[in-house]
Design a protein around this ligand. Structure first.
Ligand code: THU
Length: 123
């Protein structure tokens, strides 16, 4: 199995998702090969929940990484895909990001962020 997907699976195990019970893991690979992981972190005030992808991205940027090659996202879903908010936040740093969508059965599909978010907003 792809190493980045393995790291996303590991990160998913840390998911704090007592409300939705939908665990998500992400592994974001920076240009220099460093991998930043994330899981979704929910809150009793539901709207404060943060997705796995944005946790990984915020960790990376706060550690000084701003250029990215790939992200792997894992969820127990037939066709996992990042939400609109995460697409926009990832687009800020990596419009051509390669996104590996994986489910817990080990099925994967690779897409480009620019295809998931056409005509994205940018300054
Ligand atoms: N979630 C993610 O972490 N990433 C996605 O790509 C989709 C949704 C989380 C948010 C919430 O904790 C749970 O999945 C259900 O929406």
């Amino acid at each position: 199995m792809n190493e980045l997907v393995k790291k996303a699976i590991e990160a998913r195990q840390k998911s704090y998702s007592p409300y939705s019970k939908f665990a998500v893991g992400a592994a974001l690979e920076a240009e220099d090969g460093t991998v930043f992981t994330g899981c979704n972190v929910e809150n009793a005030s539901y709207g404060l929940t943060v997705c796995a992808e944005r946790i990984a991205l915020m960790k990376a940027v706060s550690e000084g990484a701003i250029k990215f090659r790939r992200i792997a996202i894992v969820a127990d879903h037939p066709q996992p895909t990042p939400c609109g908010a995460c697409r926009q936040v990832l687009y800020e740093f990596a419009p051509e990001l390669e996104i590996i969508l994986a489910n817990t059965k080990g099925e994967t599909e690779t897409v480009k962020l620019s295809n998931l978010l056409p005509k994205a907003f940018r300054f």
